[in-house]
Design a binder for this molecule. Structure first.
Ligand code: PLP
Length: 339
């Protein structure tokens, strides 16, 4: 079957990002592959990161874990822990994150199995409170985690969370200790402990300025031209006629839209490229279509492919979407093709 829109995914950029993150941290890196590998494709990403040497993977929920049966035993953790309605999968560790989850784990007779534990050091999201650590007694804690709330900016919480996590390392017994996400890795080796847990930066996201020029882009959406047309000076383009042509111009209509994660916020702001030419978005992005000014791409024909500019830092600045939202929004209609 022919797919008129595709996502080019770069295996060497993904594995190089993985190796660089691990080298910067000075300890092994695990990989957050929740939300279908941040939209890139969890199964394909996990296979490639396994080849690159990754041995720790993180998803949010058990249905996500069930798709990854090919991973070696004890290499996958489920960040949301084990809820009352969840069935654990043998060889996959829950990241137990409340006293109720720990009590349930013990009540199910699973305390002899290795598990991970999340402790809250200041984010007030998932995790045991610093005052609830006695609940951990009797567990086989493979990896003890906490998660940084503000690693991508300068905020007093960073030092406070680091300090609390050091206290944890000295008071709670576990096989390994892990604190840093992508941004945390770029804060310096103090944050590394035994294992880091990047997500965003694996997929080309730039969580902090230090990552520029170090982290390589991994994904590039491309769409096929369905139609070319001439728009006459004074005529408008697209829904609500938000763009009016100042002169006669050549437009192309391409096969991508906000249903594919090319959000309406790109309207009249985004651009695509064809060979050396830049093709600005004209007017509103539709659900399945985008109109581009192809005046600078005289050789572009119906059936040709254009590359949508999806530089994550630039696109986030332009649209107000976070780099995370831009990646995870990439829709199912984009055929993933790995090079
Ligand atoms: C998603 C997630 C990560 C990865 O975070 P990035 O900012 O994408 O690097 C790490 N740890 C936990 C607990 C997470 O939920």
């Amino acid at each position: 079957m022919h797919f008129p829109l595709r996502l080019r995914c770069d295996t060497s950029a993904l594995s190089e990002n993985y190796k660089r993150l691990s080298a910067i941290a000075g300890v092994p890196a695990g990989a957050a592959i929740k939300a279908n590998g941040y939209g890139v494709g969890a199964v394909e990403v996990a296979h490639r990161l396994l080849d690159a040497g990754c041995r720790d993977f993180f998803v949010s929920s058990w249905p996500e874990a069930a798709e990854l049966g090919f991973l070696p035993d004890e290499s996958l953790s489920v960040l949301h822990g084990l809820g009352p309605d969840d069935e654990p999968i043998e060889g996959v560790r829950p990241v137990l994150c409340s006293t109720a989850q720990i009590a349930d784990w013990k009540a199910r007779g699973l305390a002899d199995r290795p598990c991970d534990v999340m402790v809250d050091t200041g984010m007030n999201r998932l995790g045991l409170a610093m005052t609830e650590l006695s609940a951990i007694e009797g567990l086989r804690v493979h990896t003890l985690h906490s998660h940084l709330a503000c690693a991508d900016e300068e905020h007093p919480l960073n030092a406070l969370q680091l300090d609390r996590f050091r206290t944890l390392r000295n008071s709670v017994k576990a096989g390994r200790y892990s604190l840093a996400n992508s941004a945390g890795i770029f804060r310096g080796a103090d944050y590394s402990f035994d294992l880091v847990r990047p997500g965003l930066a694996l997929y080309g996201g730039i969580p902090r300025l230090e990552a520029r020029g170090v982290i390589r882009p991994v994904v590039a959406p491309q769409a096929q031209v369905i139609q070319t047309r001439t728009v006459r000076a004074g005529e408008s383009v697209g829904y609500n006629a938000t763009f009016t042509a100042p002169r006669d111009l050549t437009a192309v209509i391409v096969n991508i839209g906000y249903a594919d994660g090319y959000w309406r916020a790109f309207s009249s702001l985004g651009h695509a490229t064809y060979e050396e030419a830049t093709l600005p978005v004209l007017g509103r992005v539709s659900m399945d279509l985008v109109t581009l000014d192809a005046s600078a791409a005289g050789r572009l024909r119906e059936g040709d492919w254009v590359a949508l500019d999806f530089d994550l830092e630039r696109a986030a600045g332009l649209t107000g979407f976070s780099q995370y939202e831009l990646l995870t929004g990439l829709g199912r209609r984009l055929a993933r093709s790995w090079t």
